[in-house]
Design a protein around this ligand. Structure first.
Ligand SMILES: *Cc1c(COP(=O)(O)O)cnc(C)c1O
Length: 365
């Protein structure tokens, strides 16, 4: 049973390394495993040993610029089980492009997008053939796929060995996958603004890099300790405008039915779910705006608020607390428009709704 976000790495992993002649060496690695059925019967301790083997790569050095100085970036994308038994990836080309942008942003050689997409497809296929990927279950259709499973794919860069502060000139790209269920469960969906700063002008907020997650994780843990589900970041300079959740983008539906999301700039991560929601909104004839949006405006004018990301999907925010004041949206329940995006996006991903944008990519080899 796939739990929220537990780490049970599927046996087939991918490894590439930048070569001096401007190319990449590539290999698919089969890590130690039994059959899925046999593994499901292992005791916790036996499972721990297997999972540790799957999470260890002897060719990767432990002391390097990634582990010591955070010089690394990553991606997160999902493959969804379909009724016909296949698995389809959601917009892998977009993740491939963003990974290349992130690597260039960290001044390392960029992993070519075609290699990325083929590597992810190959990895999914290999794990599917070995019986490790989830199968479509029509029960999921009930609650808009709330309980649906998928394969979460995690590509990341990893530097060559080194201890003096440096850039990575000869990075590896590692791709692993793990089966996942729901990330946020309905219940408490309250958010709290944080005085912490995730990203500042001139920084790395636009890059999907590990370093950005230090502040987000601290802020999120503090928010949780105070009884909230999520921390929300405001702009670094004035602490007045919304930027992002801890690892997801923000959307506000105003009383005049305009859907607003903070404009992309170097402090906002260009989410692929964000971009897809904007397309769905435009298709549905909802007016959209990408601009600065202040706390004051949201407190006065927003009727629905939600966050978006690969891990969270579309997830509503029942209230936002800022400086001791709380604004509740849609009486604390998921709004109609938020529900529309959630259901449409999941529907397209699990093949229940026609993919008119051509977003889904089959994992054929
Ligand atoms: C990954 C990420 C998102 C969401 O991007 P998706 O492509 O939709 O998954 C949003 N904000 C931050 C900071 C992220 O790292």
């Amino acid at each position: 049973m796939a739990k929220g976000f537990t780490l049970e790495i599927n046996p087939f992993c991918y490894l590439a390394q930048y070569q001096d002649n401007n190319s990449w060496s590539e290999k698919l690695i089969e890590k130690p495993h039994l059959s899925k059925e046999e593994e499901d019967k292992l005791s916790d301790e036996e499972r721990r040993v297997y999972m540790l083997k799957r999470n260890s790569f002897e060719e990767l050095p432990i002391v390097n610029y990634t582990t010591q100085y955070g010089m690394g970036c990553f991606e997160g994308l999902k493959a969804f089980p379909q009724k016909d038994g296949s698995l389809k990836l959601f917009r892998p080309d977009e993740n491939a492009k963003r990974m290349a942008t992130s690597m260039s942003g960290l001044m390392m050689p960029a992993f070519p997008p075609e290699l990325f997409v083929n590597a992810v497809k190959g990895l999914i296929c290999a794990n599917q053939k070995a019986g490790f990927t989830p199968k479509y279950d029509s029960d999921w259709e009930k609650d808009d796929f709330l309980l649906g499973h998928s394969v979460y794919v995690r590509p990341f860069s990893y530097s060559e060995p080194g201890i003096g502060i440096n850039l990575s000139y000869k990075p590896w790209v590692v791709i692993v996958s793990t089966n996942v269920g729901t990330y946020f469960m309905p219940g408490n969906t309250k958010a709290l603004t944080t005085p912490m700063v995730r990203a500042f002008p001139g920084g790395t907020g636009w890059i999907k890099c590990s370093a950005n997650y230090v502040i987000s994780t601290l802020a999120k843990k503090r928010a949780i300790a105070q009884g909230y589900m999520e921390a929300i970041f405001l702009d670094a300079k004035e602490q007045k405008y919304f930027e992002e959740g801890s690892s997801c983008n923000l959307f506000f539906l105003l009383k005049n039915d305009t859907l607003v999301t903070p404009a992309l700039r170097d402090t906002v991560l260009p989410g692929i779910t964000r971009k897809s929601i904007m397309s769905l909104a435009q298709q549905k004839g909802i007016k959209t705006e990408e601009r600065q949006i202040s706390v004051d405006e949201v407190f006065a004018e927003a009727k629905e608020v939600f966050v978006s990301g690969t891990a969270s999907g579309v997830f509503y925010i029942e209230s936002i607390t800022h400086n001791g004041k709380t604004a509740e949206f849609n009486n604390g329940k998921m709004g109609e428009v938020t529900h529309y995006f959630l259901k449409t996006l999941k529907g397209i991903q699990y093949g229940a709704i026609e993919d008119s944008f051509g977003w889904m990519v089959e994992c054929k080899q």
